[in-house]
Design a protein around this ligand. Sequence first.
Ligand code: SF4
Length: 372
Amino acid sequence: MKYVDEYRDGELAQGLAAAIAKEARPERRYHFMEFCGGHTHAISRYGVTDLLPANVRMIHGPGCPVCVLPIGRVDQAIRLALKHNVILCTYGDCLRVPASDGLSLLKAKARGGDIRMVYSSADALKLAQENPEKQVVFFAIGFETTTPPTAVAIKQAKAMGLKNFSVLCCHVLTPSAISNILESPEVRKLGTVPLDGFIGPAHVSTIIGSRPYEFFAEEYRKPVVIAGFEPLDVMQAIRMLVRQVNEGRAEVENEFSRAVSREGNLKAQNLVAEVFELRRAFEWRGLHTVPYSALRIRGGFAEFDAEQRFGEDYVSVPDHKACECGAILRGVKRPQDCKLFGTVCTPENPVGSCMVSSEGACAAHYTYGRFR
Ligand code: SF4
């Protein structure tokens, strides 16, 4: 196929739905987690769940960068803006994530913080060049897809000798999150999240390749199919997972072969390794503190580490009591299980992070009217 519309073809979708229904054995149930918020969005937008037989169920995973950002990290960014008087810049969705005391970055801006939206790390670097009298901090979030551009910005800042640019690094790692879910009590002991396999992320895998998922297939006997973000990609991946389960296989298969290789993008991986190293521990919303699940800036680039430059430590803060984001990100609950869903909490007035980004499960369900 050549054009994106071809991956949204209704007739082909019906054909795939029929094939899945035929291959899914009526005597068993299938539970697959789509790790990535991009897949969650596609599933809600194109009504993929409605096309699946009742015994094939999708579980949303934690692969939404804005959703997994804990309140404490947003608070830290707000403190940098309000207390240290920096220009704090970040991606648009980050601005609306609820923080402590009814604040968000957007509300902190209304209180006088110099907080700006950027489309890329290159924009953040440009801001620093244009405002030499101010400190500029780039609040960098995201999985492996957005990490290489942050590394480039830091390297460029060093090459230019910029003294007013730094990064609040909150980049996180996909394989660590998958391990955390597979090791969680809900999956291992309680069985409240029955998991038969994963749909692996598309964009992340263009960087890290399909190789890191082989561990989950071998060690945990969970099939993984890496899939693109179009509805036919997702449905084809579900069919491949059903087939693996039926045949008793646990392998990594690549539905998104048009962009993902086993090795991934080695140049990007080397760049990331040059600038970043593993953090010993990092708190995720929902998954709690996960060892070696995030990156920090290496000593050689320490002058660009906002945490070191301003000495503004991270302080953990509990989620809003009624918000079920944590359980949703672990696959334990669905957005509709939250009492605030669609009433108190809406995309215009998000109470938790899952209602902010279009990749968040709550926002995806709300936007596409999936209330059941
Ligand atoms: Fe949190 Fe809102 Fe989702 Fe409820 S609906 S889990 S409050 S984001």
